[in-house]
Design a protein around this ligand. Structure first.
Ligand SMILES: [Zn+2]
Ligand SMILES: [Zn+2]
Ligand SMILES: [Zn+2]
Ligand SMILES: [Zn+2]
Length: 376
Protein backbone atom coordinates (compact mmCIF):
# COMPACT_ATOMS: atom_id res chain seq x y z
CA UNK A 1 0.00 0.00 0.00
CA UNK A 2 1.15 3.50 -0.81
CA UNK A 3 0.11 6.71 0.95
CA UNK A 4 0.39 9.81 -1.23
CA UNK A 5 1.01 13.24 0.27
CA UNK A 6 1.28 16.45 -1.72
CA UNK A 7 4.31 18.69 -1.37
CA UNK A 8 4.28 22.27 -2.61
CA UNK A 9 6.44 25.37 -2.39
CA UNK A 10 5.37 28.95 -1.61
CA UNK A 11 5.08 30.14 -5.24
CA UNK A 12 3.32 26.87 -6.19
CA UNK A 13 5.40 26.41 -9.33
CA UNK A 14 6.35 23.10 -7.77
CA UNK A 15 3.60 20.74 -6.63
CA UNK A 16 4.28 17.02 -6.41
CA UNK A 17 2.71 13.79 -5.27
CA UNK A 18 5.02 12.03 -2.82
CA UNK A 19 4.66 8.25 -2.35
CA UNK A 20 5.27 6.81 1.14
CA UNK A 21 5.03 3.14 2.03
CA UNK A 22 1.92 2.98 4.22
CA UNK A 23 3.30 0.30 6.53
CA UNK A 24 6.36 2.46 7.34
CA UNK A 25 4.33 5.45 8.61
CA UNK A 26 5.03 7.55 10.54
CA UNK A 27 8.61 7.63 9.29
CA UNK A 28 11.15 8.29 12.05
CA UNK A 29 13.29 11.15 10.78
CA UNK A 30 16.53 12.88 11.72
CA UNK A 31 17.39 16.58 11.40
CA UNK A 32 20.75 16.92 9.65
CA UNK A 33 23.18 19.52 11.05
CA UNK A 34 26.03 18.98 8.56
CA UNK A 35 27.93 21.89 7.00
CA UNK A 36 26.45 21.18 3.55
CA UNK A 37 22.86 21.27 4.84
CA UNK A 38 23.42 24.50 6.78
CA UNK A 39 25.36 26.43 4.17
CA UNK A 40 23.28 25.31 1.17
CA UNK A 41 19.96 26.19 2.85
CA UNK A 42 20.80 29.02 5.28
CA UNK A 43 18.96 27.02 7.93
CA UNK A 44 20.43 25.53 11.09
CA UNK A 45 19.45 22.00 10.00
CA UNK A 46 18.19 20.04 7.00
CA UNK A 47 14.60 18.74 7.25
CA UNK A 48 14.30 16.04 4.58
CA UNK A 49 12.58 12.67 4.89
CA UNK A 50 13.04 9.63 2.65
CA UNK A 51 10.22 8.30 0.49
CA UNK A 52 9.71 5.43 -1.94
CA UNK A 53 10.57 5.97 -5.59
CA UNK A 54 10.43 9.29 -7.46
CA UNK A 55 8.58 12.59 -7.05
CA UNK A 56 5.33 12.03 -8.96
CA UNK A 57 3.23 14.20 -11.24
CA UNK A 58 -0.06 15.53 -9.84
CA UNK A 59 -1.67 15.68 -13.27
CA UNK A 60 -2.05 11.94 -13.75
CA UNK A 61 -3.89 9.38 -11.67
CA UNK A 62 -1.22 6.76 -12.36
CA UNK A 63 2.28 7.03 -10.88
CA UNK A 64 4.27 9.08 -13.37
CA UNK A 65 7.63 10.69 -12.63
CA UNK A 66 7.16 14.44 -12.30
CA UNK A 67 8.74 17.12 -14.42
CA UNK A 68 11.45 18.82 -12.34
CA UNK A 69 12.02 21.76 -14.70
CA UNK A 70 11.00 24.43 -12.16
CA UNK A 71 13.67 23.24 -9.75
CA UNK A 72 17.38 24.11 -9.76
CA UNK A 73 19.71 21.19 -9.10
CA UNK A 74 22.81 21.73 -6.97
CA UNK A 75 25.27 19.05 -5.92
CA UNK A 76 26.87 19.49 -2.52
CA UNK A 77 29.03 16.41 -3.16
CA UNK A 78 29.41 13.67 -5.76
CA UNK A 79 26.95 11.65 -3.69
CA UNK A 80 24.24 14.22 -2.97
CA UNK A 81 22.08 16.48 -5.13
CA UNK A 82 19.67 19.10 -3.85
CA UNK A 83 16.73 20.57 -5.75
CA UNK A 84 15.35 23.99 -4.83
CA UNK A 85 12.55 26.04 -6.38
CA UNK A 86 14.09 28.37 -8.95
CA UNK A 87 11.51 31.05 -8.07
CA UNK A 88 10.95 30.98 -4.28
CA UNK A 89 14.00 28.98 -3.04
CA UNK A 90 12.12 26.17 -1.25
CA UNK A 91 14.52 23.24 -0.82
CA UNK A 92 12.16 20.62 -2.19
CA UNK A 93 14.28 17.49 -2.57
CA UNK A 94 17.51 15.86 -1.53
CA UNK A 95 18.74 12.96 -3.66
CA UNK A 96 21.31 10.31 -2.86
CA UNK A 97 23.10 9.69 -6.14
CA UNK A 98 26.14 7.93 -4.74
CA UNK A 99 27.23 4.36 -5.08
CA UNK A 100 25.48 2.13 -7.54
CA UNK A 101 22.95 -0.20 -5.98
CA UNK A 102 19.31 0.43 -5.29
CA UNK A 103 19.52 1.19 -1.59
CA UNK A 104 22.12 3.92 -2.10
CA UNK A 105 20.04 5.85 -4.61
CA UNK A 106 16.90 7.40 -3.22
CA UNK A 107 14.94 10.62 -2.78
CA UNK A 108 14.00 12.69 0.26
CA UNK A 109 11.41 15.50 0.47
CA UNK A 110 11.42 18.60 2.70
CA UNK A 111 9.13 17.97 5.66
CA UNK A 112 7.99 21.61 5.85
CA UNK A 113 6.51 21.43 2.33
CA UNK A 114 4.28 18.41 2.96
CA UNK A 115 0.56 19.14 3.14
CA UNK A 116 0.26 16.61 5.93
CA UNK A 117 2.93 15.80 8.49
CA UNK A 118 0.88 14.25 11.32
CA UNK A 119 1.08 10.49 10.98
CA UNK A 120 3.58 10.77 8.11
CA UNK A 121 6.83 11.90 9.77
CA UNK A 122 8.00 11.66 13.36
CA UNK A 123 11.13 13.42 14.59
CA UNK A 124 13.68 10.95 15.91
CA UNK A 125 16.96 12.73 16.44
CA UNK A 126 19.86 14.82 15.21
CA UNK A 127 22.68 13.70 12.90
CA UNK A 128 26.06 15.29 12.07
CA UNK A 129 25.88 17.42 15.23
CA UNK A 130 29.70 17.19 15.34
CA UNK A 131 30.01 19.52 12.33
CA UNK A 132 28.29 22.38 14.19
CA UNK A 133 31.22 22.55 16.68
CA UNK A 134 28.81 23.92 19.33
CA UNK A 135 25.80 21.59 19.13
CA UNK A 136 23.96 24.07 16.89
CA UNK A 137 20.19 23.88 16.99
CA UNK A 138 20.34 20.40 18.54
CA UNK A 139 20.95 22.11 21.91
CA UNK A 140 17.67 24.00 21.51
CA UNK A 141 15.70 20.91 20.51
CA UNK A 142 16.55 18.37 23.16
CA UNK A 143 13.33 16.40 23.24
CA UNK A 144 10.09 16.05 21.30
CA UNK A 145 7.10 15.39 23.51
CA UNK A 146 8.32 13.00 26.21
CA UNK A 147 11.06 11.54 24.00
CA UNK A 148 14.70 12.62 24.32
CA UNK A 149 16.19 13.01 20.84
CA UNK A 150 19.36 11.12 19.84
CA UNK A 151 22.35 13.38 19.02
CA UNK A 152 24.83 11.66 16.72
CA UNK A 153 28.24 13.22 16.06
CA UNK A 154 27.97 11.91 12.49
CA UNK A 155 25.52 9.49 10.89
CA UNK A 156 22.84 7.60 12.79
CA UNK A 157 24.08 4.89 15.12
CA UNK A 158 27.56 6.22 15.83
CA UNK A 159 28.98 8.21 18.72
CA UNK A 160 26.58 10.56 20.50
CA UNK A 161 27.40 14.03 21.82
CA UNK A 162 25.98 15.35 25.11
CA UNK A 163 23.97 18.57 25.37
CA UNK A 164 26.43 21.42 25.98
CA UNK A 165 29.24 19.72 24.03
CA UNK A 166 31.76 22.12 22.44
CA UNK A 167 34.60 21.48 20.01
CA UNK A 168 37.76 23.59 20.08
CA UNK A 169 37.18 26.38 17.57
CA UNK A 170 40.23 26.40 15.31
CA UNK A 171 39.91 29.86 13.81
CA UNK A 172 39.00 31.57 17.06
CA UNK A 173 42.11 30.27 18.76
CA UNK A 174 44.36 30.99 15.78
CA UNK A 175 43.19 34.50 15.04
CA UNK A 176 42.29 35.43 18.58
CA UNK A 177 41.00 38.96 18.92
CA UNK A 178 40.34 39.42 15.22
CA UNK A 179 37.62 36.81 14.95
CA UNK A 180 35.98 38.31 18.03
CA UNK A 181 35.28 41.51 16.09
CA UNK A 182 33.74 40.04 12.98
CA UNK A 183 32.35 36.76 11.79
CA UNK A 184 32.07 35.46 8.28
CA UNK A 185 28.92 34.16 6.61
CA UNK A 186 28.76 32.31 3.33
CA UNK A 187 26.57 30.02 1.26
CA UNK A 188 27.79 26.59 0.16
CA UNK A 189 28.90 27.74 -3.33
CA UNK A 190 30.38 30.98 -1.85
CA UNK A 191 28.41 33.22 -4.22
CA UNK A 192 26.89 34.86 -1.14
CA UNK A 193 29.62 36.06 1.20
CA UNK A 194 29.57 38.76 3.85
CA UNK A 195 30.85 39.53 7.32
CA UNK A 196 29.02 40.95 10.30
CA UNK A 197 30.57 43.27 12.86
CA UNK A 198 29.84 43.91 16.54
CA UNK A 199 27.24 46.57 17.41
CA UNK A 200 28.63 50.11 16.98
CA UNK A 201 27.36 53.71 16.87
CA UNK A 202 25.46 52.99 13.63
CA UNK A 203 23.59 50.02 15.06
CA UNK A 204 21.01 51.98 17.05
CA UNK A 205 20.04 54.41 14.28
CA UNK A 206 17.12 52.41 12.79
CA UNK A 207 13.65 52.71 14.32
CA UNK A 208 11.62 49.53 13.89
CA UNK A 209 8.42 47.90 15.10
CA UNK A 210 8.77 44.75 17.20
CA UNK A 211 8.89 41.42 15.38
CA UNK A 212 6.25 38.79 16.14
CA UNK A 213 8.99 36.88 17.95
CA UNK A 214 9.01 39.52 20.73
CA UNK A 215 5.49 40.95 20.57
CA UNK A 216 2.92 38.51 19.12
CA UNK A 217 0.88 40.29 16.44
CA UNK A 218 -2.49 40.02 18.16
CA UNK A 219 -5.12 42.76 17.99
CA UNK A 220 -4.56 43.92 21.57
CA UNK A 221 -0.83 44.24 20.83
CA UNK A 222 -1.28 46.50 17.78
CA UNK A 223 -0.09 49.71 19.49
CA UNK A 224 2.67 48.05 21.50
CA UNK A 225 4.03 46.23 18.44
CA UNK A 226 4.71 49.61 16.81
CA UNK A 227 7.43 50.16 19.42
CA UNK A 228 6.24 53.66 20.51
CA UNK A 229 9.20 54.05 22.91
CA UNK A 230 11.66 53.32 20.07
CA UNK A 231 13.49 50.50 21.84
CA UNK A 232 16.50 49.12 19.96
CA UNK A 233 15.31 45.58 20.61
CA UNK A 234 17.76 43.93 18.17
CA UNK A 235 20.76 44.94 20.32
CA UNK A 236 21.47 42.63 23.25
CA UNK A 237 21.52 42.66 26.14
CA UNK A 238 18.68 45.18 25.95
CA UNK A 239 19.51 48.54 27.48
CA UNK A 240 23.25 47.77 27.78
CA UNK A 241 25.51 50.78 27.18
CA UNK A 242 27.73 48.59 25.00
CA UNK A 243 25.63 45.77 23.54
CA UNK A 244 27.71 42.91 22.13
CA UNK A 245 25.09 40.69 20.51
CA UNK A 246 22.10 40.61 18.19
CA UNK A 247 18.67 39.12 18.67
CA UNK A 248 18.06 35.70 17.08
CA UNK A 249 15.09 33.37 17.03
CA UNK A 250 12.89 30.97 15.12
CA UNK A 251 9.90 31.67 12.88
CA UNK A 252 7.15 29.17 12.04
CA UNK A 253 5.10 31.33 9.64
CA UNK A 254 3.82 29.78 6.41
CA UNK A 255 6.02 32.04 4.25
CA UNK A 256 9.20 30.94 6.05
CA UNK A 257 8.16 27.30 5.93
CA UNK A 258 7.10 27.22 2.28
CA UNK A 259 10.07 29.23 0.96
CA UNK A 260 12.52 26.94 2.79
CA UNK A 261 11.06 23.50 3.47
CA UNK A 262 12.06 23.77 7.12
CA UNK A 263 9.40 23.62 9.82
CA UNK A 264 10.97 26.57 11.59
CA UNK A 265 13.46 29.04 10.16
CA UNK A 266 16.22 30.63 12.26
CA UNK A 267 16.82 34.38 11.79
CA UNK A 268 19.21 36.96 13.23
CA UNK A 269 17.87 40.55 13.36
CA UNK A 270 20.64 42.97 12.39
CA UNK A 271 21.21 46.59 11.35
CA UNK A 272 22.22 46.78 7.69
CA UNK A 273 25.20 48.92 8.76
CA UNK A 274 26.76 45.87 10.46
CA UNK A 275 26.43 43.55 7.46
CA UNK A 276 29.41 44.13 5.19
CA UNK A 277 29.50 42.91 1.59
CA UNK A 278 32.98 41.36 1.29
CA UNK A 279 33.16 42.27 -2.41
CA UNK A 280 32.65 46.03 -1.86
CA UNK A 281 33.61 46.44 1.82
CA UNK A 282 30.41 48.49 2.20
CA UNK A 283 27.18 47.72 4.06
CA UNK A 284 25.17 45.31 1.96
CA UNK A 285 22.80 46.87 -0.61
CA UNK A 286 19.62 45.03 -1.51
CA UNK A 287 17.32 47.77 -2.82
CA UNK A 288 19.54 49.33 -5.48
CA UNK A 289 19.61 47.05 -8.52
CA UNK A 290 23.13 48.20 -9.50
CA UNK A 291 24.68 47.51 -6.11
CA UNK A 292 23.03 44.27 -5.11
CA UNK A 293 25.42 41.33 -4.59
CA UNK A 294 25.72 39.38 -7.84
CA UNK A 295 24.05 36.00 -7.86
CA UNK A 296 21.51 36.93 -5.20
CA UNK A 297 17.94 36.24 -6.33
CA UNK A 298 14.90 38.02 -4.94
CA UNK A 299 11.47 36.59 -4.17
CA UNK A 300 8.57 38.78 -3.04
CA UNK A 301 6.64 36.60 -0.60
CA UNK A 302 3.96 39.25 -0.05
CA UNK A 303 3.55 42.98 -0.72
CA UNK A 304 6.70 44.82 0.43
CA UNK A 305 8.26 41.64 1.89
CA UNK A 306 11.44 40.46 0.22
CA UNK A 307 13.42 37.26 0.53
CA UNK A 308 16.89 36.89 -0.97
CA UNK A 309 18.64 33.63 -1.83
CA UNK A 310 21.66 32.32 -3.74
CA UNK A 311 20.63 31.50 -7.31
CA UNK A 312 23.31 28.77 -7.58
CA UNK A 313 23.01 26.72 -4.37
CA UNK A 314 19.65 28.04 -3.15
CA UNK A 315 20.82 29.15 0.30
CA UNK A 316 18.43 31.62 1.91
CA UNK A 317 20.38 34.73 2.92
CA UNK A 318 18.14 37.67 3.90
CA UNK A 319 14.59 38.77 4.55
CA UNK A 320 13.62 42.45 4.62
CA UNK A 321 10.67 44.81 4.47
CA UNK A 322 10.23 47.91 2.36
CA UNK A 323 9.15 49.91 5.45
CA UNK A 324 12.09 48.71 7.58
CA UNK A 325 15.19 48.92 5.40
CA UNK A 326 17.62 49.81 8.23
CA UNK A 327 17.22 46.32 9.62
CA UNK A 328 17.69 42.99 7.85
CA UNK A 329 16.89 39.47 8.95
CA UNK A 330 19.91 37.28 8.24
CA UNK A 331 19.60 33.50 7.74
CA UNK A 332 21.34 31.97 10.76
CA UNK A 333 22.67 28.91 8.94
CA UNK A 334 25.27 30.83 6.93
CA UNK A 335 27.71 31.71 9.71
CA UNK A 336 31.20 30.23 9.79
CA UNK A 337 31.07 27.48 12.40
CA UNK A 338 34.87 27.57 12.68
CA UNK A 339 34.71 31.07 14.16
CA UNK A 340 31.85 30.94 16.60
CA UNK A 341 30.15 27.55 16.27
CA UNK A 342 27.05 27.09 14.11
CA UNK A 343 24.75 28.65 16.72
CA UNK A 344 27.30 31.38 17.54
CA UNK A 345 26.14 32.08 21.10
CA UNK A 346 28.98 34.60 21.41
CA UNK A 347 27.21 36.73 18.81
CA UNK A 348 23.53 35.98 19.05
CA UNK A 349 21.05 36.11 21.91
CA UNK A 350 18.59 33.33 21.10
CA UNK A 351 14.97 33.87 22.15
CA UNK A 352 13.87 30.57 23.67
CA UNK A 353 10.43 31.30 25.11
CA UNK A 354 8.65 31.90 21.82
CA UNK A 355 8.73 30.94 18.15
CA UNK A 356 7.53 33.73 15.84
CA UNK A 357 4.05 33.03 14.42
CA UNK A 358 3.90 29.75 16.33
CA UNK A 359 0.10 30.00 16.05
CA UNK A 360 0.50 29.53 12.28
CA UNK A 361 2.59 26.37 12.58
CA UNK A 362 1.11 23.27 11.02
CA UNK A 363 -0.38 21.21 13.83
CA UNK A 364 1.99 18.30 13.72
CA UNK A 365 3.79 16.39 16.41
CA UNK A 366 7.20 17.67 15.41
CA UNK A 367 6.48 21.37 15.62
CA UNK A 368 4.43 21.01 18.80
CA UNK A 369 7.27 19.05 20.34
CA UNK A 370 9.85 21.63 19.31
CA UNK A 371 7.82 24.55 20.62
CA UNK A 372 7.14 22.75 23.89
CA UNK A 373 10.84 22.23 24.37
CA UNK A 374 11.59 25.86 23.66
CA UNK A 375 8.91 27.14 26.02
CA UNK A 376 9.98 24.91 28.91
ZN1 LIG B 1 8.45 27.96 -5.41
ZN1 LIG C 1 23.21 17.33 6.03
ZN1 LIG D 1 25.39 29.68 -3.04
ZN1 LIG E 1 8.48 33.64 9.12
Amino acid sequence: MTTYVRAKCHCQQNVFKIPFRTDSLPIPNNLCHCNACRHSTGQLAGYHVRFEGMPLSITTEADEPADLENLTKYQTSIKAARYFCSTCSAHMFWQSIGDAGKDRQYWEVAVGLLEQVDGIVKVKGHIYVGETLDGGMADHFISAGDKVLARYAQGEGGEQLPVGWRAVLKKASKEGQQSEEWIQAYCHCRTVSFIITRPNSQSSIPSCPYPDLLVPGTEENTAKAQNPTDRKWWLRPTGASKPKKYLAGYCACASCRLTSGAEVLAWVFMPRANIIDTKTNEPIQLEDENHRPKGLKQYISSHGRYREFCSTCGAIAFRWKIDRTGLLDVAAGLFDQEQGGARADGWFDWIRDRIGFSEDAIGNETIIGLIEVITK
